[in-house]
Design a binder for this molecule. Structure first.
Ligand code: HEC
Ligand code: HEC
Length: 496
């Protein structure tokens, strides 16, 4: 689909969401209804889609990125690739509650379809670019279990010529690469939550057992309780000491060259990821007909239409699940109780965005680090990162609003995969059952008290948001018009 067409597509979506919002209600809307100030604000959120960059053509860079994405050699057992978890046949996510790579992680694998429209990456947004994000899983002991130096060696072994064609001469000689240790990576330096945030987190736990354990542990390890909370909240892994010691022995100029090559890997993978699009589905076809308002011919049945009204009306779901991708790209604490298993598995205090923001502001590969020309310091995200306040208590327990595109295809829900049916998600919003949670639930959420009919309809509506994901960087698919793709079109399953 051309850039122009896609713009029109998003424009239509914005327009129809607006139309629908005004029509929600028991009686048909009169010809002219002025939205209330609150509604105007809500409507604005459906129109703020970030500018759509042009579809990457099947360039050399994207082709390279695809091969890297599907290549399992960048892992300690030679079996884990990005696609192990981001599986094309499952909309670029997987079928587990939390990710399975070399080990089992603590968070669920998000879909990366349409990821180019996100500003922040990971559930806590601790990466501010796709380039920087790509290195996270490589060095995570539970994901790829690899190291930065091992990555560089493998890239040199299998992709030397291709990378040189794209990025220019290698910044390390063959001899230098051969003499590097098998594994080495910089130690992730410990980052701490602001004291007020850590104290508030501890207090908000409202669980005497947990508080007591933290205080005892902190005393034993001679840490302040706040710093211990920070360590528990840090989603980054601890690397084998031998690897980090080996890194210290590498001369700084070579360390810089290793960073550069690692970012080239990130750049190629990111270029591939930016081509992962969703095909318009039932909902989008409805939008097309609804814009000419002939409700009768809508592809949505009565139940789905009812669900749509619940979504934009009493459900108020669009306050956060806004815009064509059904996410505002922001972070919210929806007040989920701590994970039922968190008590046994010692103290997983996942504070989400609070730690994510601290990490993003301190990250080596943050956008404002101008020593790395592959990162873009001019993005809006980068400006936002500069002034975002890590002291904000609102961020404790907040996670990125997931896109609801493709949601009905997922096997598990929420950042920790705690729910396995959409019914459970809706039931949660319906009752907001209280429990021991971190931080403070956003005030906008109120128990919805929807009827069984409303809840079922809402779920049926969510089903209309699912459609196949296509890899637009593939030569055969890049020319396929999104508007006219046949329904039976391949769902983009990779052979790679
Ligand atoms: C073991 C499973 C696993 C592997 C392998 C894996 N990921 Fe992920 N991916 C995840 C999980 C889990 C998250 C969320 C982690 C978090 O929030 O801390 C994630 C998050 C992401 C995100 C952010 C999406 C968003 O909306 O914020 C992107 C992009 C991504 N991964 C790309 C990759 C790439 C590229 C690779 C290969 C270099 C890769 N992943 C390898 C499980 C995996
Ligand atoms: C205050 C913002 C907000 C509102 C309002 C809201 N959501 Fe969410 N939603 C979120 C956030 C944030 C998450 C992720 C929470 C987490 O993982 O801890 C989420 C998760 C979900 C998920 C799970 C998706 C996945 O991939 O895990 C579904 C489904 C969902 N919401 C549907 C709805 C529906 C339906 C409504 C209206 C009844 C609604 N949401 C209202 C912010 C919101």
């Amino acid at each position: 689909m051309s850039h122009h067409k896609r713009q029109r597509y998003f424009y239509n979506l914005g327009a129809i969401l607006l139309t629908w919002h005004l029509q929600v209600g028991d009686t048909p809307a009169p010809a002219l209804v002025y939205p209330t100030p609150a509604e105007t604000l809500a409507l604005a959120t459906t129109q703020t889609l970030p500018a759509t960059p042009p579809t990457p053509a099947p360039t050399k860079m994207a082709q390279l990125g695809r091969r890297l994405f599907f290549d399992p050699q960048f892992s300690s057992n030679q079996q884990v690739s990005c696609a192990t978890c981001h599986q094309p046949e499952h909309g670029y996510t997987d079928t587990y509650p939390t990710a399975h790579g070399i080990g089992v992680g603590h968070r669920r694998t998000p879909s990366i379809a349409m990821v180019q429209h996100q500003n922040w990456f990971f559930w806590d947004g601790r990466a501010d670019s796709l380039e920087a994000q790509a290195l996270g899983p490589i060095e995570h002991p539970l994901e790829h279990g690899f190291s930065r130096v091992a990555l560089v060696k493998a890239l040199y072994h299998s992709y030397a010529q291709e990378m040189q064609d794209i990025f220019g001469p290698w910044p390390l000689t063959a001899h230098e690469i051969a003499t590097l240790p098998a594994h080495a990576a910089p130690t992730p330096s410990p980052e701490f939550l602001p004291t007020t945030v850590a104290t508030y987190t501890l207090a908000s736990l409202n669980d005497f057992w947990a508080q007591d354990t933290i205080l005892t542990q902190a005393a034993k390890r001679q840490l302040s309780p706040g710093n211990l909370v920070s360590l528990y909240s840090d989603p980054r892994p601890t690397l084998p000491p031998a690897w980090t010691q080996a890194w210290e022995r590498i001369p700084p100029t070579q360390q810089e060259a290793i960073h550069t090559i690692a970012l080239q890997f990130g750049k190629a993978v990111a270029t591939f990821e930016r081509g992962l699009h969703i095909q318009p589905g039932k909902f989008d076809r409805a939008v097309d007909t609804l814009t000419q308002p002939q409700l009768d011919s809508s592809p949505l049945n009565a139940e789905e239409l009812h669900g749509m009204k619940v979504f934009f009306g009493p459900g108020q779901c669009h306050l956060c699940h806004s815009g064509p991708l059904f996410t505002d790209g922001q972070f919210h604490n929806i007040g989920l109780p701590r994970h039922p298993q968190s008590r046994e598995s010692s103290l997983s205090l996942d504070v989400g965005r609070s730690m994510g923001l601290v990490l993003a502001q301190k990250a080596t590969f943050r956008c404002s680090n101008t020593t790395h020309p592959l990162l873009d310091p001019t993005t809006e995200t980068c400006q936002e990162l500069a002034w975002a306040d890590p002291n904000s208590l609102e961020l404790v327990g907040a996670f990125k609003t997931p896109s609801l595109r493709g949601v009905s295809e997922r096997k598990y829900f929420m950042h920790d995969g705690r729910f396995s049916h959409l019914e459970e998600v809706i039931d949660y919003y319906n009752t907001l059952e209280e429990g021991l949670s971190l931080g403070h639930r956003e005030e906008t959420l109120r128990p919805l008290q929807l009827t069984t009919t409303d809840k079922q309809a809402l779920i049926q509506f969510l089903h209309t948001l699912s459609s196949p994901v296509i890899d637009s960087t593939k030569a055969s698919q890049a020319t396929t018009s999104l508007q006219h793709a046949p329904a039976s079109h391949s769902n983009g399953t990779e052979q790679g």
